[in-house]
Design a protein. Structure first.
Ligand code: GCO
Ligand code: MG
Length: 409
């Protein structure tokens, strides 16, 4: 059996999804997602300019050897662009394998460990009252876990994932497609530190003990500040505190651990098991956030899940709306299987346009995600629909302190 061809599509409704379709001489095809938010053309070019011509003629069933060929075979390894390209190929090969077996993908991992997988939604408010309304909306829809992001009084601009004015949806839902030059957000750590712990306490008081509350610091704090924050929010009983510091300095996490028992989630910008290894083995985190999309696909991420299981670290895969339903499906199959599953970030992409482009039977009900029993990933890709979309240049904002110092987005 051989790979005969592969094609890459860039575009989608409100996003630039990068989709690969790998064809075989057995008439079965596989789908993969190489979307790297705001850098989408780069993994697409890696696939079309370098990788696809190597794939042709390979046996698609040898997904392990092909993964090793892609990763070890490249002298300059790793990084989000390459890992997104490898991840898309790997996901497509698992899709083919499961279709050949006539089974949903989770069966190939060892079957289901649960029916519905817990997900969390994104609530955001321009101020605390607005955030409370946003949380209540999700609770009313049956969500059991909600990430909460709030506008900070006196902050010169709205910050990460927070709308400018009350009544809007969270800012990170909407990619800025006004061009590749970023907007600037202004950040003030002192204002955040004074306001946010108490706001989280008020959310807990209002919604009671059962709601799982998550909060994303988005890499904004210094290690000492993060330790103080994690300690201050201990009475809130957060489900997790995400990215308290940038993870380049992984020893910084020790300070947070020494001062608090607040669960820590990190890894949405990681690309390899080696990025995760120290945090997992030293048990400095509670949830690993890597994604199938830019974590090298199913082969590599499954290895990380197994390593994490040895150290009481549970999964909390990245699921921002930048991932297409293809990698979200790959994660849904891993979530159905993983003995150390924790939670899945999930933002309903389910616009009619998105459903038309990526038809599937996966569904969300009462805050749980149910995986399709169709063979393979259980997601298709409608090329006729895809023809109407083209690449739109966009950018993440950059962050500066009030004196102009560049900070972490
Ligand atoms: C999250 C993330 C995202 C990122 C986005 C960047 O927790 O979902 O922090 O919101 O900002 O994925 O492209
Ligand atoms: Mg995050």
């Amino acid at each position: 059996m051989k790979i005969t061809d592969a094609q890459v599509f860039v575009g989608g409704p409100a996003k630039n999804y990068v989709t690969i379709k790998i064809m075989t001489d057995a008439g079965v095809y596989g789908l993969g997602d190489a979307t790297l938010n705001n850098r989408e053309t780069l993994p697409a070019a890696y696939l079309t300019d370098y990788l696809i011509s190597n794939l042709i003629g390979m046996d698609p069933r040898q997904s392990e050897d092909i993964w090793q060929f892609l990763y070890r075979g490249a002298y300059f390894r790793g990084g989000p662009i390459a890992m997104a390209a490898y991840g898309a190929i790997d996901t497509a090969l698992w899709d083919i394998k499961a279709k050949l077996a006539g089974m949903p993908l989770y069966q190939l991992f060892g079957g289901k460990s649960r029916d519905g997988a817990l997900v969390y939604a994104h609530a955001a408010g321009a101020d605390l009252a607005d955030l409370m309304t946003s949380i209540a909306r999700y609770v009313d829809q049956g969500y059991k876990a909600v990430r909460v992001q709030c506008g900070i009084p006196g902050m010169p601009t709205a910050s990460y994932a927070v709308p400018e004015t009350a009544g809007q949806t969270g800012a990170d839902f909407i990619t800025d497609f006004s061009g590749i030059r970023p907007k600037t957000e202004i950040w003030d750590t002192d204002k955040y530190m004074r306001f946010m712990p108490d706001a989280l306490g008020q959310i807990r008081d209002k919604f009671g003990p059962d709601l799982k509350i998550l909060h994303d610091v988005h890499h904004r704090l210094l290690p000492r500040e993060a330790a103080a924050f994690a300690k201050a929010v201990e009475p809130v009983g957060l489900y997790w505190l995400e990215d308290p510091t940038p993870a380049e300095d992984q020893d910084a996490l020790k300070l947070i651990r020494q001062h608090s028992t607040t669960p820590i989630a990190i890894g949405e910008v990681f690309n390899t098991i080696w990025d995760c290894q120290k945090l997992i083995e030293q048990e400095l985190i509670d949830f690993i956030r890597i994604a199938v999309t830019y974590g090298g696909g199913i082969t590599h991420v499954k290895r990380i899940v197994d390593l994490a299981a040895l150290h009481h670290v549970r999964t909390g895969f990245h699921g921002a709306p930048s991932h297409s339903p293809i990698s979200m499906a790959a994660q849904a199959h891993l979530n159905a299987w993983a003995p150390n599953f924790g939670i899945q970030e999930y933002l309903v992409l389910g616009t009619p346009e998105c459903d038309a482009l990526f038809p599937s039977k996966h569904y969300l009900k009462d805050g749980l995600f149910y995986v399709s029993d169709d063979p393979g990933l259980g997601v298709d890709f409608d090329e006729g629909e895809a023809a109407q979309y083209e690449y739109k240049p966009g950018s993440h904002p950059v962050v500066r302190l009030q004196d102009g110092t560049l900070w972490n987005y």
